[in-house]
Design a binder for this molecule. Structure first.
Ligand code: CU
Length: 139
């Protein structure tokens, strides 16, 4: 049954990012990173009573983030990273890393983004294999 989810995402990488995770700083908002995301619809982060926007993202053994396209507003965004396989993963966004996430492990990772734009979040271990997502921040 799990296979149905895995079949959703088939990334055809049109561009390649460096080992540092590609653009993430000033002026990155116009970067053509659309090709890196799947056809799956974007999932919006949910704002809690504390103002923190939260989103759950699974990391899979077929080297995907699910979802791999997340939307949020400027502010604090907390990823709940759940590694549902056995392969260790990572998530790096704007030079911040969630660190190693082992199989079966769940970690939370907070970033603060004040500027609207598209922020790629690759897994540094598997970016070359297409394990990349995009956080889209809009006002
Ligand atoms: Cu990975």
């Amino acid at each position: 049954m799990k296979r149905a989810i895995l079949a959703l995402v088939l990334v055809v990488a049109g561009c390649s990012w460096g080992p540092e995770g590609g653009p993430g700083g000033v002026g990155a908002s116009d970067a053509p990173v659309t090709a890196a995301t799947s056809e799956a619809p974007a999932v919006a982060a949910t704002t809690g009573p504390d103002g923190v926007q939260r989103i759950s993202v699974s990391m899979t053994d077929d080297l995907k983030f699910v979802p791999d396209h997340v939307t949020a507003k400027p502010g604090v965004i907390e990823f709940r990273l759940q590694n549902i396989g056995v392969t260790p993963h990572d998530l790096t966004l704007r030079n911040q890393t969630a660190g190693n996430v082992n199989g079966g492990q769940t970690v939370t990772f907070r970033v603060t983004v004040s500027k609207p734009g598209r922020y790629p979040f690759p897994c540094l271990y598997h970016a070359e294999s297409g394990m990349r997502g995009v956080l889209e921040v809009s006002p």
